[in-house]
Design a binder for this molecule. Structure first.
Ligand SMILES: Cc1cc2nc3c(=O)[nH]c(=O)nc-3n(C[C@H](O)[C@H](O)[C@H](O)COP(=O)(O)OP(=O)(O)OC[C@H]3O[C@@H](n4cnc5c(N)ncnc54)[C@H](O)[C@@H]3O)c2cc1C
Length: 441
């Protein structure tokens, strides 16, 4: 037999926002490539920071992950590690330096990653490719409904995008190719030298020993794939989907919107699986305006994914994708008042308290606090987006920065800058003051 056929491959997976086994094409690809070779499954949390290109860095950083977001990710990793162990492998949690050592010492020949709209992560992947040109890279689409952009060019507005996608794509087809990735995956083992070294093993950090206060996550947000699938099941077993359109703007009610976002953001839930369940509900229970609207919102997510892919680092520019800088600026005192929920606007303060305590805020709340940040407080929108990045357990680079650009009038909104009337919005969405009472008590 020739050497080519006898040599066993060493395949490395870099998990990022794809922390799951179900519908994970990256893991399936890696498992198939490794065949009877070796498979190294890794998560390197600081890769994007450590391998950032010299001519690009996102300059508005607070602490990138607040305690709630950090806890949500760590617990998702713990769940993933448990699942991988049940399949005979495990997750290695590495510093960037350890990752490079392993690539070199193990003679990694293939790297498998999920396609991502995270610009900084892509810069890090390019740096690795430059450093190790002999390694063959495989990218799979795991964070989106479409393997490639579903329109030839990205339309300038969401409405044009939605119309094109709805016209040209069979809405059920998103579930058709799922089956192959839903089948259980067989994993080759870790190389023995790594398996015997527990310094790389993922360990759940002792949250009570962290420098920050432990986060008070909304108790229903339980991290990880196992809980994500349980929540998905529970949501579609309930009546909530059939009234989503009427309830979705509520400020603070668990069942009034899907609450899929934190699991979608770190990939412990697949968006194709969500669509699959939605179509099933429409066939078996009811298809109405509300179920259509869940699809509509998932398309917003798609739009911002492809928007981030298209505009890359312009996602972080003050003038966004427009040619004009907004008339706003950095102002430390006002920024702190907004962050701490100490502005002159009780509805904003309640929303910010909710965010600071739970790591979550409703879509309506996000629109109001962003509008206030830009218009009433006259602040540079990038600091608001960066604060969301730190606090939100569902932080997603494309949805966050895309929505902020949109509201700041430097993004994909054909109507320009949108200002919400805070008095009217308060009357409409918190008429009896229950939301404010709860969070401002
Ligand atoms: C300023 C601002 C920042 C935001 N930052 C993020 C973020 O970092 N991560 C994030 O996931 N969403 C973000 N959103 C979008 C939206 O607020 C959340 O997705 C939604 O509130 C999550 O709750 P849910 O899962 O119950 O949503 P639902 O109302 O149940 O919607 C279902 C799903 O559709 C998607 N979706 C809904 N609305 C939007 C939207 N406007 N843009 C993109 N996707 C959407 C989400 O995946 C969501 O889980 C932001 C919105 C604003 C206005």
């Amino acid at each position: 037999m020739s050497k080519q056929f006898t040599e066993k491959k060493t395949v490395l997976v870099l998990f990022h926002n794809d922390l799951r086994l179900h519908d994970n094409a990256t893991l399936h690809k890696a498992a198939a490539l490794a065949d009877e070779g070796k498979l190294i499954l890794t998560f390197a949390p600081t890769l994007a920071d450590d391998l950032q290109s010299k001519n690009w860095s996102q300059a508005y950083s607070f602490d990138k992950k607040g305690p709630a977001r950090q806890q949500f990710i760590d617990e998702s990793l713990a769940d993933l590690d448990k699942s991988l162990q049940s399949l005979g492998n495990r997750l290695l949690y590495l510093t960037s330096e350890q990752l490079l050592q392993i690539i070199e010492s193990q003679g990694v020949s293939y790297i498998c990653v999920s396609q991502t709209a995270d610009y900084a992560q892509n810069v890090a992947y390019e740096a690795l490719q430059d450093k190790y040109p002999q390694i063959s890279w495989h990218y799979q689409a795991t964070a989106t409904l479409f393997a490639t952009m579903p329109t030839k060019d990205l339309p300038q507005s969401f409405t044009q995008f939605r119309k094109k996608v709805e016209y040209s794509h069979d809405l059920l087809s998103a579930s058709a190719d799922l089956d192959s990735c839903q089948t259980p995956v067989t994993l080759a083992p870790l190389p023995t030298s790594l398996a015997s070294n527990d310094e790389y093993y993922f360990k759940v950090p002792p949250f009570d020993e962290q420098p920050n206060e432990p986060a008070q996550l909304e108790p229903n947000f339980k991290s990880g794939e196992t809980e994500a699938l349980a929540h998905l099941q529970h949501y579609f077993d309930s009546d909530a989907p059939s009234s989503y359109k009427v309830t979705r703007n509520a400020m603070d009610e668990w069942s009034h919107s899907t609450k899929f976002s934190p699991w979608l953001a770190n990939g412990s839930l697949s968006v194709k699986t969500v669509l699959n369940r939605l179509r099933h509900y429409e066939r078996e229970v009811v298809a109405n305006e509300s179920t259509y609207w869940i699809w509509f919102e998932l398309l917003w997510r798609e739009y911002f994914y492809w928007y981030a892919m298209t505009h890359q680092k312009n996602l972080f520019l003050f003038q966004g994708i427009s040619d004009k800088k907004p008339p706003t600026r950095y102002h430390q005192e006002r920024l702190e008042q907004w962050q701490q929920g100490k502005t002159a606007y009780p509805i904003i303060n309640a929303c910010m308290q909710q965010l600071n305590h739970t790591g979550y805020m409703s879509n309506r709340g996000r629109q109001l606090v962003a509008s206030c940040f830009i218009h009433e407080l006259g602040l540079d929108w990038r600091y608001g987006a960066t604060y969301f990045e730190q606090q939100l357990i569902d932080y997603d680079v494309a949805s966050n920065w895309g929505n902020w650009q949109y509201l700041a009038g430097v993004g994909a909104d054909p109507r320009g800058c949108r200002q919400f009337n805070l008095k009217k919005q308060t009357q409409q969405h918190d008429p009896n003051g229950e939301f404010r009472d709860k969070w401002l008590a």
